[in-house]
Design a binder for this molecule. Structure first.
Ligand SMILES: [Ca+2]
Ligand SMILES: [Ca+2]
Length: 618
């Protein structure tokens, strides 16, 4: 979504705010409100373009240094790489007219290159544009060259700039070169081929400065059509009230001569116009090329109250690079995590990364990331786009997954990250038990269905319910996992799902509402995803504590009505009391599960009590 803003007339409050801003700038001693940490270094380089018959492009370069001078080292005070600004001069003008530009920008941490070609009365706009693009590319090459002054000091963010004819040529250069990430022009002139037409295929961030009193390239015929033609998601047009064409630069005889023959004349001084230019150029370049949020905020807030300009724009710099909101990661399965977020502003794209080790770096400004790419410092890109959620699939069960999301703008400037993390669900393992209850037992390995007063207590082939417990070797007393209300079929089968993170070997215990508790003869390994245990084999039951039926199958003793681990007179008393009142229903005292507590149940209890049956546990 684009945000369109238009300047509204200044009200008294705005004027008051403006006066306080100007006062603050005066106190800080800096036009832009920024400290100027660097001196300006200078060097001259001649580039040769083999694609154009080794065309020679003499270029003056200005850069941040620790001491001012020619061929001094790039500043060692910081190790930063600096964005490159390639600047095209105006018609018949030389680079030397633009000291206001390099003296304003190099101390702020930018490298400026001024190609000196096409200074004649009959310049080729397209050749000049090719020179701008070529010099931008060659600065990148110098950044890779260990013998260069600029070795490892050139940032990947390149911007084309220019004044008048050079401004028009900057549009042509940006159209040709996808490696150029931004364009900023001063009183850009329509060129041949048309810069206005070129703008229609340019979508990088753009800043167009114009003079309100420019009679050489009047804004309605030059910069405003360029602004309207641009396809950029973030473009700004600023008209300096009373500013002129030639006052964008230092004094130049030819430019001044041309300007003197038309009207209106400038209504502000050259020095005043230079102040306004740097007021916006510096924070805009800091925001767009370096991702400086504070600078973006200064740009937006200054523009909003500045009585010395009028403007058009379709974006907010400071909000463009705030992180997305409400990032959440939620496991929706043992191998699935759903990550969702709210864009900081509607439609703003988001870069989502994950890092198995939890170490995240940050994306490089200007870089277009695709899923699968790694960001410097850590993090694999999962998603880059305008959506608001992502399903991360194919994951490891019961594992911690960590995420970081960044917003980015049309120049691929990235916000700080916002983190989220979650654990995937454990993967369930299956435990299949085979067991038979004495009270419900029928020959040939089957059981009756337990009944209540009116019929079967449970539907289908469920005979009754049991509880399955997992006890560790070191401490049988407290189960580490309990699964209650597990269905036991009439065939004696019970199946439970156990979490994948239950890895240690455990005694597996079965409890039933009126049977003796049993457990496995030894701890059972839980490493397999499919575990089976046959509790009809006395060899698998601790203490071989089963009643072996005539058919050879082991049955779990029934009759522990009060579940104290013994079948004795206490159980008998409960059954007897229930029987005396002819109690019907699904009750613990109904040991044979026929829905009534009566003499048949008491007989079962009596026989087991006589045999001193009790639980055998580790
Ligand atoms: Ca008992
Ligand atoms: Ca009964």
């Amino acid at each position: 979504m684009r945000i369109f803003e238009k300047r509204s007339p200044m009200n008294p409050i705005s004027i008051r705010i403006w006066k306080s801003i100007v006062a603050a700038m005066a106190i800080s001693g800096s036009v832009s409100g920024y400290a100027q940490p660097f001196q300006t270094g200078h060097t001259s380089v001649t580039f040769n373009d083999p694609a154009r018959s080794n065309r020679s492009i003499a270029t003056e370069i200005y850069y941040p240094a620790d001491v001012a001078g020619s061929n001094v080292p790039v500043t060692l005070a910081v190790q930063d790489r600096f964005p490159v600004l390639v600047f095209g001069h105006g018609f018949t003008m030389t680079w030397s007219a633009y000291e206001n530009i390099w003296a304003g920008l190099a101390p702020q941490g930018f490298i400026l290159a001024f190609p000196k070609t096409e200074g004649s009365l009959f310049p080729s706009h397209s050749a000049f544009a090719a020179d701008l693009a070529f010099v931008a590319a060659q600065l990148q090459v110098l950044g890779q060259s260990s013998t260069s002054l600029f070795y490892q000091r050139i940032d990947s963010m390149s911007c084309v700039m220019g004044h008048s004819m050079g401004g028009g040529a900057a549009f042509l250069a940006a159209q040709q070169s996808p490696s150029i990430k931004a364009i900023a022009t001063l009183a850009a002139a329509e060129t041949s081929p048309s810069a206005i037409n070129a703008a229609a295929s340019i979508s990088i961030p753009a800043l167009l400065l114009a003079g309100g009193n420019d009679c050489v390239t009047p804004p309605p015929n030059h910069q405003i059509p360029m602004y309207n033609s641009l396809q950029s998601d973030c473009k700004t047009y600023i008209s300096i009230t009373g500013g002129s064409h030639c006052q964008m630069a230092g004094y130049n005889f030819y430019c001044a001569f041309g300007e003197a023959t038309c009207s209106p004349s400038p209504a502000i001084s050259r020095a005043q116009q230079h102040l306004v230019i740097n007021r916006y150029l510096i924070p805009w370049l800091q925001s767009i090329l370096k991702g400086d949020e504070t600078a973006g905020e200064v740009f937006d807030s200054t523009l909003r109250v500045d009585p010395e300009v009028t403007w058009l724009k379709n974006c907010i710099l400071c909000d463009q690079i705030a992180p997305p909101l409400n990032l959440s990661a939620m496991a929706t399965g043992s191998n699935l995590v759903e990550i969702s977020w709210t864009p900081n502003i509607p439609g703003q794209p988001v870069l989502l990364c994950y890092a198995p080790d939890g170490l995240f770096g940050g994306p490089t400004h200007g870089t277009v990331y695709q899923p699968g790419m790694t960001i410097p410092g850590g993090g694999v890109v999962l998603y880059a786009g305008h959506g608001s959620s992502y399903l991360h699939s194919g994951l490891t069960p019961a594992a911690l997954y960590r995420y970081m999301a960044f917003s980015f703008n049309g120049a691929f400037t990235y916000s700080p990250g916002i983190p989220a993390e979650t654990n995937t669900w454990p993967e369930n393992k299956t435990l299949t038990l085979n067991l038979l209850l004495q009270g419900l037992y029928q020959p040939e390995g089957t059981m009756r269905k337990a009944r209540n007063a009116s019929g079967d207590q449970y539907s289908g082939n469920i005979a009754d319910l049991i509880t399955v417990e997992f006890h560790t070797v070191s401490g049988y007393g407290t189960p580490v996992h309990i699964i209650e209300n597990t269905a036991l079929t009439t065939a004696g089968l019970a199946q439970v799902m156990i979490p994948a993170d239950l890895q240690q070997s455990c005694y597996i215990t079965v409890k039933h509402r009126n049977s003796i508790e049993i457990t496995s003869s030894a701890p059972v390994s839980l490493l397999s995803n499919e575990i089976t245990l046959d509790f009809t084999d006395p060899g698998n039951v601790f203490g071989a504590n089963l009643l072996v039926a005539a058919d050879g199958l082991g049955l779990i003793y029934s009759g522990d009505v009060n579940q104290d681990g013994y079948i004795d007179s206490a159980d008998m008393t409960q059954a007897e009391n229930a029987a005396l009142t002819f109690t019907a229903g699904y009750l613990p005292t109904d040991v044979n599960g026929d829905g009534n507590t009566d003499i048949a149940d008491m007989t079962l209890i009596d026989n087991n009590a006589a045999a001193f049956i009790n639980a055998a546990l580790p």
